[in-house]
Design a binder for this molecule. Structure first.
Ligand code: ZN
Ligand code: ZN
Length: 247
């Protein structure tokens, strides 16, 4: 009898039964093998999602991710967020709008150049999330790119009379401009990557830690999930034969 092949929900690698503990990729909860029970299924790359995180909608998942993510790489944090099963089910949509602010502010906090609370990070994410679905074609806006401005505003503590508001405007302008350059056809993954890139371009000019987070090229981990992928017209397209898995 053929045994079923179980795959990792994050990277699609085939799971193996192993006598190893695992740590939830989203909240750090530890899952230990139970005495007397069959060995647990484990991803060879160490990915694991606890039951609470697996069944959480993005609104409930983001606080857990913000509280525990340790990466210094905003692209890796964004990829982890976008690899969650709930995001895989809806590869387009406004849940993407909060991701750039979360990814940027968590990475910058981990790098020691931003000291805001989880609540401040989630408040910045909500500003991006407030942009409605379809804003890209209805209004010429994008919540993910607004999230780039919200992240810059939060890091620089901009206020009503701050002259530095041009930095937030520039982050939004750079990211929206990058989307327009590839034709504007919707791709929420591309928007997330461009928003992070726009914010890092602005912050990198004043913070070496942000400059070190910039990438020469960001390769999309989700092209095979996207029914309307622009493929070679997108600067993040990994190529037809490349493996497309989150990091
Ligand atoms: Zn995996
Ligand atoms: Zn968890």
């Amino acid at each position: 009898m053929m045994l079923p092949v179980l795959r990792c929900p994050l990277c699609s690698k085939i799971l193996e039964r192993r006598a190893e503990k695992a740590v939830c990729s989203y909240c750090d909860e530890v899952d230990e093998p139970q005495e007397g029970a069959p060995l647990p299924w484990r991803c060879p790359d160490g990915h694991f999602i606890c039951e609470t995180c697996r069944s959480s909608e993005p609104e409930r998942l983001w606080p857990r991710l913000v509280a525990t993510a340790k990466s210094l790489d905003p692209y890796a944090i964004a990829n982890l967020a976008m690899a969650h099963p709930s995001m895989r089910q809806t590869p387009y949509g406004p849940d993407h709008h909060g991701i750039p602010a979360i990814a940027l502010l968590v990475a910058l906090r981990n790098a020691g150049v931003f000291t805001g609370t989880d609540q401040r990070i989630l408040a910045a994410a909500r500003r991006g999330r407030a942009m409605p679905s379809g804003a890209c074609y209805l209004e010429g806006g994008c919540g993910a790119c607004i999230g780039a401005g919200a992240a810059v505003s939060t890091v620089l503590k901009l206020g009503l009379k701050s002259t530095g508001r041009s930095w937030a405007l520039r982050a939004v302008s750079l990211s929206l401009g990058a989307l327009a350059e590839t034709g504007g056809l919707r791709c929420c993954k591309e928007a997330v990557y461009e928003a992070i890139g726009g914010a890092l371009a602005v912050l990198g000019s004043m913070m070496p830690a942000a400059a070190s987070m910039q990438r020469e090229r960001v390769v999309c981990s989700f092209a095979s999930d996207m029914p309307e992928c622009k493929r070679s017209a997108c600067p993040h397209y990994p190529g037809d034969s490349a493996a497309m898995r989150p990091e």
